[in-house]
Design a protein around this ligand. Structure first.
Ligand SMILES: [Zn+2]
Length: 557
């Protein structure tokens, strides 16, 4: 029972121990030294970057028995209580679970009327503050407009843009950054040493890359590999435990793309999927791999300096490998591949047939240069998978290449789908069941996307809720009224009906209902940041500028 997870055990206790946020900690230390304490702070930034930890250290600095200090003692009663989350002057609340105006009234409006008990300050730390209801924000605003003496608010958020400007304008804002790769590596190594764990550098790199800027994630991943791997940790163990595709395989895949060997490509993909690799993780890993290729391609001269190596987040050996591999492609090729993978990563998140989409993406990359033919193939595949198989196979395709593709690479899937389509078309809508509807839904989405791409996002926002009395019920949550209205427009509605008929083999009535009791789920910022193409591009100024330069090439894909 004495085992304490690393993230807790090594939680920073003073500002200096906070990793990768010097721009914030130095400012706070100086403010504390000169006793210029703001009434309200906003700590914005991705999860796991140290917002709450910093807030607690700030609280200790203000209330330490030594007096206001940039280096809290961590041994006085006040410091100890804050560390344990038990201080009577420091209040932590999570706005995700307490978002109502009554919560704010009870905890804050009433609370600030009384002076701090032990320390000099009352400190309110509100996590995920953007989740407060509008009336809760109003109530809060009144308090922070005329803050009582000796009260300090720290608002932490992963979504600062969702906070009302009236609140924002009254806060001193600090933006927490994703922790740089090299800092994560150093942190993992330091802690492994303290724990007397031998961990290979390659293995540390994998953990740091997977942690994606979050110290907390890095440490819980370390917990995970120690739990399985014991005291000596090799790269292979980490890859296995985390289900990561090793670098070697990624190189193999780009080799195959360079050689345009479709058969081998699909075989490798199938081997990967069968080995239990998470498809979304794989897509992200491959995207990183392509990014490295691109950097290797455009990087002139050697990669000697540390700063240059950091671009890669990789050991030296791999940098050389990337430089060699990149010679097989033009930079336009690599950009196109990045574009294809980023697009399919977006779809992979939403589809129930990720394997098919991954295969399509791979084929796109392999057939890249023959643009016209490629479009045909993709269109044809989409058509096949969207249920038009029967009709299409009656028309003899004149394109030998496409025929070959079907025969060799997709024959098994074709058979599966052929059965399914026939099965569906034999059923009238009344004999369709809920499972039929669910399993065909992705193809409905695909069909709509192909026919009218602007309508697709609206349909995606709907939640397939039920199939009763022959009606499909698509549910829209609060905040998605617009999407619902778009779908109800006459032409759009017709299109959706057509899609349903195509996929399910006969007309299936559909209705759209609005559920105002629930808010549309806010998208998980982490997953989103992994796969949102815009974000990937924003994060990477190099790719951004290249994409801008090659715009013509990219949009054509
Ligand atoms: Zn103290």
């Amino acid at each position: 029972m004495s085992y304490l997870v690393m993230a807790l055990k090594y939680r920073p206790q003073v500002f200096e121990e906070i990793v990768g946020q010097d721009h914030i900690t130095i400012t706070l230390i100086n403010a504390i030294k000169s006793k210029r304490i703001a009434h309200s702070y906003l700590f914005a930034g991705p999860r796991g970057t140290g917002k709450t930890t910093t807030a607690r250290i700030l609280a200790k600095s203000l209330n330490c028995a030594k007096g206001i200090t940039p280096i809290p003692c961590n041994i006085c009663d006040s410091c100890k209580e804050i560390n344990l989350g038990r201080s009577i002057d420091v209040f932590e609340m999570d706005a995700a679970s307490k978002s109502k105006v009554d919560d704010i009234r009870e905890l804050i409006i009433e609370g600030v009327k009384y002076s701090p008990v032990r320390g000099k300050y009352k400190i309110y730390i509100i996590d995920e503050v953007q989740m407060l209801s509008p009336s809760a924000f109003d109530a809060l605003l009144k308090t922070i407009e005329e803050p009582p003496k000796n009260v300090v608010f720290v608002f932490a958020t992963t979504e600062p843009h969702e906070i009302p400007p009236t609140i924002l304008s009254r806060c001193q804002r600090f933006d927490f950054r994703r922790v740089p790769f090299s800092d994560l590596v150093m942190t993992i190594e330091k802690i492994a040493e303290k724990e007397k764990i031998k961990i290979k550098e390659d293995a540390v790199f994998i953990l740091a890359r997977k942690a994606d800027g979050s110290v907390r994630d890095a440490l819980s991943l370390l917990d995970q590999v120690i739990a399985y791997g014991g005291k000596e940790i090799e790269k292979e163990v980490v890859e296995k435990i985390l289900g990561i595709v090793d670098q070697q395989t990624l190189f193999e895949l780009t080799d195959i793309i360079a050689k345009k060997d479709a058969q081998k490509g699909l075989a490798l993909l199938s081997q990967l999927i069968d080995s239990g690799v998470d498809i979304q993780d794989f897509a992200k890993g491959f995207l990183d791999h392509l990014r490295n290729l691109l950097i290797a391609k455009v990087q002139k001269g050697s990669l000697e300096t540390q700063a240059e190596q950091r671009l890669f987040d990789l050991s030296k050996e791999y940098i050389e490998k990337y430089k060699k591999e990149s010679e097989k492609f033009s930079d336009t090729d690599i950009l196109r591949m990045i574009n294809i993978v980023a697009d399919s990563a977006y779809i992979l998140k939403r589809t129930s047939e990720p394997r098919v989409h991954l295969e399509i993406a791979l084929m796109k990359m392999i057939k890249m240069e023959k643009n016209v033919l490629l479009e045909d193939v993709i269109h044809k595949l989409d058509y096949l998978f969207s249920g038009g198989l029967k009709k299409e196979s009656e028309n003899k395709s004149k394109d030998r290449h496409i025929e070959k593709l079907e025969k060799d690479d997709f024959s098994s899937k074709k058979a599966d789908l052929s059965n399914l389509t026939e099965e569906l078309s034999q059923k009238s809508s009344s004999s369709l069941n809920w499972d039929d509807i669910k399993s065909g839904w992705d193809r409905v989405l695909e069909w709509v996307k192909k026919s009218k791409v602007s309508l697709w996002p609206c349909l995606v926002e709907g939640k397939l809720a039920s199939f009763e009395d022959g009606f499909i019920n698509l549910l829209f949550y609060n905040g998605r009224q617009f999407h619902k209205q778009q779908l109800e427009k006459k032409d759009n509605f017709k299109l959706v009906q057509k899609a349903l008929e195509q996929v399910y083999g006969s007309p299936v009535p559909i209705k759209f209902t609005l559920d105002t009791t629930k808010n549309a789920p806010s998208k998980n910022p982490r997953i989103k940041s992994n796969f949102d193409k815009e974000k990937i591009i924003q994060k990477d100024p190099l790719i951004k500028s290249l994409l801008e330069n090659f715009e013509g090439e990219i949009t054509e894909e």
